[in-house]
Design a protein around this ligand. Sequence first.
Ligand SMILES: [Zn+2]
Length: 615
Amino acid sequence: MGRHISSSTIDAVSSSINIVSLVSEYVHIDKRGANYWGCCPFHNEKTPSFSVNPDKNMFYCFGCNKGGGVIQFYMDIENVPFADAVEQLARKNAIEIIYDDSFTKEEDEEYARAKQLKNDMLDLYKRTAALFRYFLNETEQGKPVLDYLARRGVSPEIAESFGLGFAPDDRRWLKKFLLQKNYSNDFLAQSGLFSKNYPDIAFFSNRLMFPICNRNGEVVAFGGRILEGDGPKYLNSGDLPQYKKTDTLYAFHLAKNQINKRKTVILCEGYMDAIAYHQAGLNYAVATCGTSLTEEHVHMLKPLADTFLLSFDGDEAGQKATFRAVLMCRKAGATVKIVNIAGFNSGDKPKPKDPADVLLNFGAETLTSIVDNSIIDSDYLLSRLAKKYPIDTPDGKTKASLEFFPYIDVLQSDIQKESCLEQLCNTFGLSLKAVRSDFNRRDAAQKRTVPDGHASESLAPDNPDIKKNAELRAMLAVVSNMEYFTKMRSKLSPEDFEDPAAKELFYALEECFREDAVSLDAILAKCGNEKLRNMVSETVSSGEFAINSQETTPKIIEDSIAFVHRNSLKRKRDRLMNKIRQCSGRTLEEQQELRNMQYEKMAIDNELNVKDVTE
Ligand SMILES: [Zn+2]
């Protein structure tokens, strides 16, 4: 049965853990004035509205209104319930957990069981990793593996910090050992450490073992590399109660602080690649674990890093993976560069295949300089296309363009898009006009056929069809009468808009006002979406929202602002109601939160002037 955590433990966790250092593990924040600021990890944004207040030990986002103390932050970022957040934070910070003697209700049992299973698995994996380390370092069997590591240039210190080990050749040994330690057959059968069909036989044997850790450095899974004999070169754990490969990155726990500090990450595909980078002092490298890069991986890294350096294999599969990863990282708004090991001039020596090769044969300085000279993705993609297709035939030009267009699609600014189209033209000797019309035609055709996915709006590379809804009409009214934008700005913020096109117009106007360059052209230049540009031009020239009266603030503007504000409040109220419904109020902290939320809802209700009909 699960147990109640005492309020003294909750107090200790929320007051003794520093919010700045906790948040810094997940988000890059900079000190500005008394507070720290960064881009919010809970909603998509380009300008920081996420603040951390060290005095009050709390965070607050002015964009999405999320806020709270360390426990709330941990719950939201790790997506765990209150009790788990307290326990995990306490464990991480060596705070003793005291339980009240009261037990939770029966419906909690299932949940408590799942949690217990996960904790038991973590213990088992920790113990198994220690066994593998022992076999590597303390036994005869481990000697050839230590030799191999030395030959590959892996220092004992690095092997130690990565917890490398060796799974012994005897495939029955591990089971016997663990049964002696009072683990049950049932439990071990679920552990992923044994063959599914032959539960006495170890899954990993006679392999160099790479423990895979979660972001707290707890071992959650293994990868194993074969050194001799038959079998796949690498074996990896499948998904487990404590491990999902699509949201785990190898070496993340070792690299996260450096990634945050440099706002840069090196992304590679193999355990040995990541280790080589760390060995060379480039300790901001992480690797995917036997899977290709996923959006979850990118979302894990994006709050810490602006720049993604991709270091994948130079072969055909690696190039495909690189292209996929470029699109994914660009879509998330990152700057992307390619670590070009294949392009390294090795002189008389054979060309290195991977970072470990470079490190071993040319040294850490060379590997560092290759990383420092990473190529911006557009240059890399175009030079690859120029090699792949004949530059001087119409067919080659067309194919290359078509292959390059998806990259232009995911770029986030019009200026970037334009300059990459120009680059394409220069590389293949094409006219900008022809390429642009090809691109737009294909763009339009694609927008009609591709159904609108569930991707969040600011991650979507292109905007769906624009509907002239009430929000957009409100913005168009202001664009038609720009002198009233300051009025609107004093009442509304971009987050008050739900419609992406209306939001884009709001941003465009705001940028123009900030740059003190307010004109229709300037606004149009800032709209990325062609259909929106057309609609703005059309609306303004048609005089649909022209104002003739002498009122100080014309009714149409007043109404527009009021409408958007009201809708925004309603959405906020809905979100709040949801949270209130989900809040169990089981702990003191939750009760306090519940009161705060109810108070906030009352304030909104007052403003909306609606009666509370739900309770
Ligand atoms: Zn936010």
